[in-house]
Design a binder for this molecule. Structure first.
Ligand SMILES: C[S@@+](CC[C@H](N)C(=O)[O-])C[C@H]1O[C@@H](n2cnc3c(N)ncnc32)[C@H](O)[C@@H]1O
Length: 307
């Protein structure tokens, strides 16, 4: 029997080993408690990012897609048993020692090496020791985030934390039929069946700061059109409003959907007073939302770090 349907109450949120902008770790409970899906088809995630939502849904069947090849390659290699948690421990222990000894130059040495070879272990190293956990690539597709400036970044406890996160996702993926794809979202929405469910978390419109996060008005409009013709359920994450602005795209493109919202704080700097409150929406195709808005959104705003 399939037990992977939604809604589900998540007791302990699975935190993925890779960090990226817009990571939904803190919104996972909210997302999983508002979607209603029998779980018998495929969970399709065209904009995977860190995989925070996928690893908490833990579907039996999935299409896992992102235009960023580094994320997908890493997860696929863990899935296929080509990268083991112990391989990561050994690698980070050795590289961490070199970072401590040689200082920040070593970070930039690894960054250059990664930009030539695309080594997935170097990708973990950079993702977990770069400034603010940001994932940013320049026009040539090169990772260009500076160092977090902590040469003792890879202390034993931190390595263990990363290795445990890898072990956890490896265990989740075991025995599951997941198809990994690198490419544009359009390519993974062919042959969708009524039993599938599509979860969408596209980049913000107009933030052309990253090679893999380019998202135009045209993309947004096309996504809305394609999605609304899907034969299955879908949900879309999107920011709704903050102190200064409302997201006009919700009314413009996503009319007629069930809207669930949650407030959270995000940090734009290091101090408490640089917190901004943001309302985040989950827009769900009618027929695929839970009946009652769960209480996750009431108690107090969630705390998110803006990266
Ligand atoms: C907001 S992030 C997703 C965050 C994710 N839900 C999480 O929890 O980490 C958007 C993702 O879409 C990917 N992306 C951007 N343009 C894309 C495209 N045209 N097709 C597929 N993926 C794309 C980016 O590489 C990025 O990983």
């Amino acid at each position: 029997m399939n037990t992977r349907g939604l809604p589900r109450t998540v007791q302990r949120v699975i935190v993925p080993p890779i960090k990226c902008q817009g990571i939904k770790t803190k919104l996972t409970k909210f997302i999983l408690s508002n979607i209603s899906w029998h779980g018998q088809g495929r969970w399709i995630e065209p904009f995977l990012g860190s995989g925070a939502v996928l690893f908490n849904v833990q579907p039996d069947y999935a299409i896992v897609n992102d235009i960023n090849p580094h994320i997908i390659r890493l997860y696929q290699m863990i899935y296929e048993g080509k990268i083991f948690p112990e391989t990561v421990r050994k690698y980070l222990t050795e590289e961490g020692k070199k970072l401590l000894l040689k200082g920040e130059d070593y970070y930039y040495f690894v960054r250059e090496r990664f930009n030539k070879s695309g080594d997935p272990l170097d990708f973990i190293f950079l993702n977990r020791s770069c400034f603010n956990g940001v994932m940013r690539f320049n026009k040539k597709g090169e990772f260009n985030v500076p160092f977090c400036r902590k040469t003792d970044r890879f202390r034993q406890a931190y390595i263990t934390k990363i290795v445990n996160q890898i072990t956890q996702i490896r265990n989740i993926m075991k025995g599951k039929a997941w198809e990994f794809r690198i490419g544009d979202w359009r390519d993974c929405l062919h042959h969708v069946t009524p039993d599938d469910f599509v979860y969408l978390d596209p980049p913000y419109i107009g933030r052309h700061t990253d090679y893999y996060q380019q998202w135009t008005e045209h993309d947004a409009a096309e996504l809305a059109t394609v999605t609304q013709h899907l034969p299955c359920g879908f949900a879309l994450s999107m920011w709704k409003e903050n102190r200064y602005r409302q997201n006009q795209h919700i009314a413009q493109y996503w009319n007629g959907l069930i809207e669930r919202t949650v407030s959270h704080f995000y940090h734009v700097g290091s101090t408490e007073d640089l917190r901004n409150e943001m309302e985040e929406a989950l827009l769900i195709k009618p027929g695929f939302a839970t009946a009652i808005t769960p209480s996750v959104e009431s108690d107090k705003p969630l705390q998110l770090t803006f990266v």
